[in-house]
Design a protein around this ligand. Sequence first.
Ligand code: COA
Length: 174
Amino acid sequence: MLDAVLPSLDELSTWMPWARQSYGRRDALLFLRDSLAAWAEGRAYDFSIRYQAQQDRHLGNVSVWYTSRQSRVGEIGYWVRTDEAGNGIATEAAAHMLDIAFNELDMHRVTLRIASGNIGSERVAEKLGFEREGLLREELEVGGVWLDHSIWGLLDHEYRSRRLSYVEAGFLEA
Ligand SMILES: CC(C)(COP(=O)(O)OP(=O)(O)OC[C@H]1O[C@@H](n2cnc3c(N)ncnc32)[C@H](O)[C@@H]1OP(=O)(O)O)[C@@H](O)C(=O)NCCC(=O)NCCS
């Protein structure tokens, strides 16, 4: 993971609060420890993204978590190493999270929060059929700057009617 984060810091640090220029081995280990605890507690499910044919190269992370278990609402998040951007990796990884969210975790609604100006991530949301629902003002502080975020949503029946199009577009296998 460290090998993926370090050369991507310029881009990651623009959008992700954890991606400070000082990021190092200790930060990666803390993430892994928290991630294992989160899995065990059912708090969040983080996955590493790898090519099937090259499993020792970390491509990025993708996660799904409940924001309200009672209302069956969840959220997904992702990042991809900069030298692999534009290859469809985030879209494919996020589509897999939607399978898990709607089929295994029984979510009714999945959201994505995207910082204003993050065009690549907005495109991922659009390709998966998320609806842009509104603006969250100064939602997250990144590198000392409060960033507005758009909120995007996808409902379970929308996912079900779109899933075949994910397969046809190559985001998922049948
Ligand atoms: C944003 C990010 C996740 C995209 O990952 P990716 O694997 O490149 O995504 P995909 O290849 O699946 O799709 C990206 C799409 O955005 C488009 N895109 C990327 N940057 C763009 C830009 N500046 N302007 C217009 N389109 C852009 C790509 O062309 C592609 O669309 P297409 O398939 O229609 O050509 C990745 O760049 C990243 O991790 N960035 C830093 C962290 C981050 O922003 N995480 C998301 C937080 S919400």
